[in-house]
Ligand binder design. Structure first.
Ligand SMILES: [Zn+2]
Length: 409
């Protein structure tokens, strides 16, 4: 297959022809022209019109061949469109004012889902900026062509970058398990910006929203989407409970140390925190032994395990009764961390029990947030928040790439 044929095929040339191919020390230059007597489509309305004149030559960078850069040189024509006036033709390989061909943009964007931006740049011998521009264009295309009208349940989660100094709010579609939006910060304004960008129709379709007990999120959800059910994520809730159990363990370790018996609770942290069905047989044995000592941790552990029963209830009413009972146990346990947790439950009771109306949780988003962290690490961090948000959307948003793709990768 000749270079000419490859270029013709990959650019899907119908109205244009290859005039000449020149190979220099640095690149393969391909000179294109329009076919004689051919009417060309208007950039605006795609109507085929007669050509009026031509603009000075423009150069596009195309997908390299065997690592050799390929450049296209062409003088775009201006057509005389009856509806749009004198206007530049629609160039099939071009995307806006970009100096890259559409196939190159797609190829770079495709590999940027798998590799860090600088790795793609090295692979294709282009600059970091060129790849990030390609990602920007691909994301813009993907967002323009996605359909958010059927989204009913969303999960709000946060992620930190720069070692916890910068927070990002990530919003996920809980049905499709894709990222819909990402923005810097975790304030009320961050979430308001999301609802503003998505529009009123999107907001009015929402039936359930799952998030952590983070006040700014709660206030904005209640202000902007009062009709949707707000559900506190049960995984976050369990995490608070585990922290409380661990606090009890730490206090107990200190107490035993004073008594000179520090070995008793040594290496038991995860035995108390794990779900019993996930314990190894050794851990099970240890649990049996230390439980008999009837320490404060044992009480905290039993309270933790009994709390899991909450989610097994069939109705909200029954769960509410159970929660009341549990509240009494916890507040009479003489364990401060558990008492604090019980009061946290009491303060947010309604939004925790709303899970029995709309059974959503952020389990899936948690996994995606881990992927987002991996993306951040793979590039050893991103310079700007906008870039980080964009790469996350590119990798986790399930966005479509323009249709040229199958020809290249
Ligand atoms: Zn037109």
């Amino acid at each position: 297959m000749s270079i000419e044929k490859i270029v013709r095929e990959t650019l899907k040339l119908t109205d244009h022809k290859i005039l000449n191919i020149e190979m220099t020390d640095e690149s393969i230059d391909i000179y294109l022209d329009k076919k004689v007597l051919r009417r060309l489509p208007c950039r605006n309305c795609s109507r085929r019109c007669r050509c009026r004149d031509q603009l000075p030559p423009r150069i596009w960078t195309h997908v390299s061949l065997w690592g050799i850069p390929v450049c296209l040189v062409y003088s775009p024509r201006r057509v005389k469109c009856p509806s749009c006036g004198i206007i530049v033709e629609k160039i099939p390989w071009s995307m806006g004012k970009s100096r890259l061909t559409l196939p190159l943009i797609i190829t770079l964007a495709f590999f940027a889902r798998l590799l860090a931006i600088d790795q793609v740049a090295n692979l294709y011998r282009v600059s970091w900026g060129t790849v990030s521009n390609a990602v920007k264009k691909a994301v813009k295309f993907g967002i323009h062509n996605r359909d958010c009208s059927n989204i009913q349940y969303i999960g709000i989660d946060e992620i930190s970058r720069k070692k916890g100094h910068v927070y990002h709010t990530n919003i996920y579609d809980l049905d499709k398990k894709v990222l819909i939006w990402s923005g810097e910060g975790r304030t009320m304004d961050t979430l308001r910006q999301f609802f503003d960008e998505m529009g009123k129709e999107f907001t009015s379709n929402l039936k359930g929203i799952c998030c952590d007990m983070w006040k700014p999120y709660i206030s904005v959800v209640k202000e902007r989407v009062p009709n949707a059910v707000l559900v506190f994520d049960k995984f976050h809730l369990i995490r608070y409970l585990l922290n409380a159990v661990d606090k009890v363990r730490k206090d107990e370790v200190k107490r035993y140390k004073q008594l000179g018996k520090e070995n008793i609770l040594k290496k038991t942290k995860y035995i108390w925190l794990k779900n019993p069905c996930n314990l190894t047989s050794n851990q099970e044995q240890s649990l049996g032994y230390i439980q008999k000592l009837n320490t404060r941790v044992t009480r905290a552990y039993l309270l933790k395990e009994s709390f899991r029963e909450l989610w097994k209830h069939r109705s909200k009413e029954k769960a509410k009764k159970y929660m009341k009972k549990w509240f009494w146990w916890a507040t009479h346990s003489r364990l401060k961390p558990l008492r604090d947790f019980a009061w946290l439950l009491r303060r947010h009771e309604e939004d925790i029990l709303s899970w029995f109306e709309v059974r959503i949780d952020n389990g899936a988003t948690e996994a995606m947030n881990n992927n987002a962290k991996a993306i951040s690490h793979r590039a050893r961090g991103y310079r700007t928040s906008d870039m980080f948000s964009m790469v996350m959307l590119h990798c986790l948003g399930g966005l479509k790439l323009p249709g040229f793709l199958h020809k290249f990768v």
